[in-house]
Ligand binder design. Structure first.
Ligand SMILES: [Zn+2]
Length: 81
C-alpha cells in the first residue's frame, strides 16, 4: 500500500497520484503557472491580511453584542439574576 505522492493521504496501488490529485496535475499541465498564481492569490493570505481579517470578524462580533445589550436591557438584567 502506498500513499499519493501529492496529497500524501489517499492510498494508491498502481498510480503515483490519487484521482483528485491526478486531475490537479492535468490542470497544471494545461494552465501552467496560472494555477500557481490562482492558488497563491486566492488561497494563501499573508500574515498581515490574516490578522486584518481576524480583527474585522472580532469587531463585527463585539458590535453585535453591544447592539444586543443596548436593545434589550431588561432582558439582560433578568438573565443575570
Ligand atoms: Zn492525492
Amino acid at each position: 500500500m502506498f500513499y499519493c505522492q501529492l496529497c500524501e493521504k489517499e492510498t494508491v496501488y498502481i498510480s503515483r497520484f490519487c484521482p483528485d490529485c491526478r486531475s490537479l496535475k492535468h490542470l497544471i499541465l494545461l494552465h501552467g503557472d496560472r494555477v500557481h498564481e490562482i492558488v497563491n492569490e486566492v488561497l494563501c493570505r499573508n500574515h498581515a491580511k490574516q490578522n486584518t481579517k481576524i480583527k474585522q470578524e472580532i469587531k463585527k462580533e463585539i458590535e453585535n453584542k453591544e447592539y444586543n445589550l443596548r436593545s434589550s436591557p431588561k432582558k439582560n438584567i433578568q438573565k443575570a439574576e
